[in-house]
Design a protein around this ligand. Sequence first.
Ligand code: CTP
Ligand code: CA
Length: 227
Amino acid sequence: EKHQSVEPFLQGKKVLISAGPTHEKIDPVRFFTNHSSGKMGFALAEAAAKFGAEVTLVTGPTSLNIGSNKIKRIDVISAEDMYEVMHQYFLTSDIVIKAAAVADYTPKLVYEEKMKKQPGNLQIEMKRTKDILLSLGEIKTHQYLVGFAAETNNSIEYGLNKLEKKHLDAIVINDISTEGAGFGGDTNIVTYVNKTQKREEIELASKKEIAEKILRFIDRDMKDEKH
Ligand code: CTP
Ligand code: CA
């Protein structure tokens, strides 16, 4: 990288980010999960640190390492764990970004011993997890709260619904059915929409570049609100 100085426009801001999937345990050897490499959330954490923020990254299980030793990383496993840690840090945060792919369901019963396979089909009863983002939206005071929406169809419509229902300040919508967007890869294509419904299309780019753009939009919108 070039020796260019970066404006530390997030200096003095506490940024809380969640990343990765969650694992919902069935028994000691099995779990349910969602597709998510964690790369978008990690890119956001690294970009926020680069722009001067004090960053806490709450991540579900991923194989990623964080490059910066300035980032406080907290590893969690399940949606319930992520809920607890996000609430623990929420009140003292200025910007909160939920890039995690949280499981919507978790097994009703967890078996303490490995379930032995049986002839025929298996049915597992699942219950809903808590909606972490919604729960934060309901208690937020000064925090700038940003969600993600990964959709396969009608992505803008579904994304705007989530923006409103979860009391968000902005949402980052990505259509995972588009080539170059979504899970696993190093690139993404997203639409950032703030609560005044102003839309910013971010074209195909690395997750790092997209993370930096998202943070610039957040900073712009936080400054606009103060006027
Ligand atoms: N989210 C969350 N807790 C959950 C489920 C989702 O905090 N239990 C957050 C995600 O981290 C993301 C946003 O809500 O920022 C949208 O997640 P998404 O899965 O797209 O939406 P859902 O509300 O779960 O609706 P659905 O999966 O039915 O589209
Ligand atoms: Ca979901």
